[in-house]
Write a protein that binds this ligand. Structure first.
Ligand code: ADP
Ligand code: MG
Length: 480
């Protein structure tokens, strides 16, 4: 049977605050173990948490970014469980009254279709520390640098229907939070970690099937693979007439498989209760309105504007609006050349192609938007052909100067002088008399093809610099 896949995602997003959510410790990545853990983070007796306002502000920014209900009065709760990297014996989180309520998020699929994904809630919480199992001669070390790092947990409705949609959602989320500047979104460093809830059901059935939860998947590629494996595993069970058990599973990237971690039946009872050391967070309309004022144009709005203003396809608009830097670059290049479509092509194919190869971000591009626009302008005014432009681009990439400087220095100017071109055409016709005879004997259809041969020869003689349109016209005329 063809089962329908049902997925809900829980993303733990690390907020880009200066300091931890309940202490003044810094949260820089990669510091020596326990050098960024204060008495509060170590849970020394008598230490009290103080809420970081920047974390609240960032959570509200996110809520506004997905048009969610903002929790004007939110509450911190204790989530109790025992683990060596959690010295308090509980995690401060939000349970009954989260700071961000129900919202809606538009995602864009590869094929240009869009889908609305319901956001159930997003709440603030602190991260735990980390157990280190390496290099301790059989013992485990505890690093509390990460303890108390502010997280926003973002929970979706079970609205996602495939691995591709899950990845599209995560990419869109990544794009949103980096636009907002509330997270660096760095998955490799754990700034964005994803739990995948997944179940199958027969098509047409309203009730959801039993789900498994795959914990802590930390790259787009692994999300895709983990889902594919889990769908296969569950459908095998169902095909055999078995039942999926509700459990937590782990994705092992090295072995490329999911395996059980713990079953939900014996899962912890977290005994949530309100955190007595923190007051409820009460914010007012003026606070929210002031934050709204600071929001930039967000990816969805930009994507739609790119489609309307520049006539881009949904796919192109999605790629170019993915980050603020790229979108700004693109618009600057359009400004410099005046052609939105050709600029979209050059940015996506040549520029992003080279940047990806060199593993560089758009911010580190050796070719500026103005320079790329300048190059495109030379194609548009027929100074150079598209083919020559690729050569010029490469030279620009290698730091040889602007398009105009390179064209001049290398003598790449397109030949549009009819006298010069005529001489080349004559030369080619004289040197290929057999083909000329063939051409004259051929019918209309065949002639077209043969003409291509002559054009190619002239381009060769001109080292790619002849104006192809003029060559075509001249050849047609001369051969007749
Ligand atoms: P928990 O309390 O175990 O975290 P929640 O009800 O909060 O469970 O749901 C967690 C996530 O699981 C949400 O993203 C939700 O959309 C998703 N989810 C719930 N039921 C299913 C299901 N049957 N199949 C797939 N995802 C589900
Ligand atoms: Mg959960």
């Amino acid at each position: 049977m063809q089962w329908e896949t049902v997925i809900g995602l829980e993303v733990h997003l690390q907020l880009a605050t200066q300091s931890k959510i309940f202490s003044g410790s810094p949260i820089a990545f990669g510091a020596e173990p326990n050098t960024q853990a204060s008495a509060v983070d170590l849970a020394m007796p008598g230490m009290l948490p103080v809420l970081n306002e920047q974390a609240v502000r960032m959570a509200v920014m996110f809520g506004l970014g997905i048009d969610a209900e903002i929790g004007m009065r939110s509450v911190f709760d204790r989530k109790n469980y025992f683990y060596p990297d959690l010295p308090k014996g509980y995690q401060i989180s939000q349970f009954s009254d989260p700071i961000v309520g129900r919202g809606e998020f538009e995602i864009q699929l590869e094929d240009g279709r869009t889908r609305q994904i319901g956001i159930t809630r997003a709440h603030l919480e602190e991260d735990a520390g980390k157990s280190l199992h390496e290099d301790f001669h059989g013992m485990t070390g505890i690093d509390l640098n990460r303890a108390g790092t502010p997280l926003l947990e973002i929970v979706t409705e079970p609205d996602i229907r495939s691995a591709a949609e899950a990845v599209a959602y995560l990419k869109a989320l990544h794009s949103l939070v980096t636009y907002l500047g509330i997270s660096d979104g760095n998955m490799a460093e754990g700034s964005m970690r994803c739990d995948i809830n997944i179940s199958l059901r027969p098509p047409g059935q309203a009730a959801y099937g039993t789900r498994a939860e795959i914990k802590n998947v930390n790259s787009f590629r692994f999300v895709e693979r983990a889902i594919r494996h889990e769908v296969e595993r569950q459908s095998d069970i169902l095909e055999d007439g078995g039942k999926v058990v509700q459990e937590t599973r782990l994705y092992d990237a090295e072995r490329d498989e999911t395996r059980p971690m713990r079953s939900k039946e014996v899962a912890n009872d977290y005994r949530y209760f309100p955190e007595p050391d923190l007051l409820p967070v009460v914010i007012d309309d003026a606070y929210v309105a002031a934050i709204r004022e600071t929001l930039p144009e967000l990816p969805t709005a930009k994507r739609h504007r790119f489609m309307e203003q520049y006539g881009l396809s949904a796919y192109d608009a999605n790629v170019l609006a993915d980050s603020r830097e790229l979108a700004d670059y693109y618009e600057a290049a359009v400004g410099a050349c005046g052609d939105a479509k050709i600029a979209a092509n050059w940015v996506q194919v040549e520029l992003l192609g080279q940047l990806n190869k060199a593993e560089l971000g758009i911010g580190a591009s050796p070719v500026s938007a103005a320079d790329l626009g300048g190059l495109i302008a030379r194609i548009l005014d027929n100074s150079i052909s598209g083919k020559i432009a690729k050569q010029v681009f490469e030279a620009m990439w290698n730091g040889e100067g602007s398009a105009d400087e390179i064209i001049k220095a290398r003598g790449l100017q397109q030949v549009s002088d009819s006298g010069e071109l005529e001489a080349m055409v004559d030369e080619v016709i004289a040197g290929n008399s057999a083909q000329v005879e063939q051409y004259l004997a051929a019918d209309e259809g065949k002639r077209k093809k043969l003409l291509g041969f002559f054009v190619g020869q002239v381009m060769k003689v001109s080292r790619g610099q002849a104006n192809p349109q003029m060559v075509n016209q001249l050849l047609a005329k001369k051969l007749h």
